[in-house]
Design a protein around this ligand. Structure first.
Ligand SMILES: [Fe+2]
Length: 466
């Protein structure tokens, strides 16, 4: 029973831990997911034209002219349709934005808002779309344009077309929002690690023309705003995995305890069934014995009940108490071998007849020799007529040499005999019984056991003289 309640307590505690832990996991997961919806913003000011690396909290970025042979070049003066010069020669420069994820989350949906430090034309852009905010006509015109695949008729901004494509003028303070292409893998930018660089960085670019400047000129974009979302993979987070691991452990333990609990319940049921079979078999056998001597009917069962109460009082375990009850039930089983005429003889027995009666102890002990499923089964039958002072039979054992179960049955047997009507006398009064018990302490009975019996009589657990 203790194991059963331990199992139930363990199941309850583990279930509480599991639910609490699951709650923390859910909150953790939802917090990370919610955090991914936050639009983050970082402003890079005074972006120099030399491609300086800016290490920001979540990524590194460089913005600057692409070097090498494809660097700056001069463009001829631009003429209108009548051949008039719109302005003089200009310098063309390829700019690149290089983004590199340096955090442990994925950067998604990033954009770069680039504010114009001076008048210039934007001529080309790749790996994404550009949203123009243009004020050159006196009012703000906004349009998203794919400078690689465009339809001239659909452009609503100020622009003109030359042999390199659309030239879109932007005034000082206008902005263009660079929106990288997912199709070109410019986002999402996965977390960077030393061994895995694929898709953790992006290079996007555009071409500007600045009028009336030489080859050595490059404008400085002094205000670039990056906007982006961070998406963390909770399954790559140590604390989250520890929580999930713990929850799996709790769950496995809960299932384990439930299985163990069910097995113990089945075992207990089986044990109760076995105990019932044993008890019913014993009672049936006792019915045979008592059928030979109806005067003592019920005696064995009463002795068993007194012995059981005594065992409980003496602090034996529940299982030991039940065993003692069975052993006490069988204490007179040897009487089955005693002739009926001797058992039922109303007058005084001859010495010879008494010797025959006395043999029910050794006969009982012998009969129970093979009854090993209850430890000490034969001891009750064999020694219950031994006396504490050594004057009993069959072996004349004394004191502690007599098995304790036999000493207990000895007192219970005598008590019930005194408390029962017999063919040769009526039951004794309570006073006489108590007197007999006390008088025989240390003689017939174990004094300590008598004390326990007296206590049980006083408490009304053992009833006599009623
Ligand atoms: Fe007996």
């Amino acid at each position: 029973m203790k194991k059963l309640s331990r199992d139930i307590i363990a199941i309850i505690v583990l279930t509480i831990l599991y639910i609490l832990n699951f709650g923390i996991i859910a909150v953790y997961y939802l917090t990370v997911k919610e955090d991914a919806k936050n639009l983050r913003e970082v402003n890079v000011s005074s972006v120099t034209a030399d491609g300086t690396l800016y290490s920001l909290s979540d990524f590194d970025v460089t913005i600057g002219p692409r070097g090498g042979d494809s660097g700056a070049w001069l463009k001829d003066p631009i003429l209108d349709e009548e051949g008039n010069e719109l302005h003089g020669p200009s310098v063309g420069i390829i700019y690149e934005i290089v983004m590199k994820n340096t955090c442990d989350a994925t950067i998604t949906d990033w954009t770069a808002e680039i504010y114009m430090p001076e008048f210039m034309w934007l001529n080309n852009g790749w790996n994404g779309l550009i949203e123009f905010h243009q004020t050159t006509s006196g009012e703000e015109r906004i349009q998203i344009v794919n400078l690689r695949e465009y339809q001239s008729a659909e452009i609503t901004l100020d622009y003109y077309i030359d042999h390199t494509g659309p030239m879109i003028p932007l005034a000082k303070g206008d902005k263009m929002v660079y929106m990288p292409s997912k199709a070109d893998n410019e986002y999402p930018l996965v977390p960077h690690s030393d061994t895995e660089e694929v898709n953790s960085s992006a290079i996007v670019g555009f071409i500007v023309y600045v009028p009336d400047q030489g080859l050595d000129y490059a404008p400085v974009f002094d205000n670039v705003v990056f906007k982006y979302h961070l998406s963390k993979n909770v399954w790559a987070e140590g604390p989250f995995l520890v929580l999930v691991g713990l929850d799996i452990i709790w769950l496995v333990l809960i299932i384990g305890f439930i299985i163990s609990h069910i097995r113990v319940l089945k075992l207990l049921k089986q044990r109760q069934h076995d105990a019932m079979i044993i008890e019913q078999s014993i009672k049936t056998f006792i019915n045979f014995v008592e059928a030979k001597d109806p005067n003592t009917k019920g005696h064995s069962e009463r002795v068993a009940e007194i012995s059981y109460a005594l065992a409980k009082e003496m602090g034996y375990s529940s299982r030991e108490c039940n065993d003692i009850r069975c052993i006490a039930l069988m204490h007179d089983c040897g009487k089955i071998a005693v002739p009926v005429n001797i058992l039922q003889k109303p007058s005084r027995l001859t010495d010879e007849e008494y010797e025959i009666i006395k043999k029910h102890t050794t006969t009982g002990g012998e009969m129970l020799r093979d009854f090993t499923s209850i430890e000490g089964m034969s001891l009750g039958a064999l020694y219950h007529h031994e006396r504490y002072d050594g004057k009993g039979y069959p072996n004349g054992l004394s004191g502690e040499d007599i098995p304790v179960i036999a000493r207990m049955i000895c007192v219970a047997d005598s008590l019930d005999a005194m408390n029962s009507n017999r063919c040769y006398r009526s039951r004794l009064t309570k006073e006489i019984i108590l007197d007999e018990l006390i008088k025989n302490k240390g003689k017939q009975f174990d004094p300590a056991i008598v004390e326990h019996v007296l206590k049980l009589i006083k408490q009304g657990v053992i009833k006599i003289g009623e």
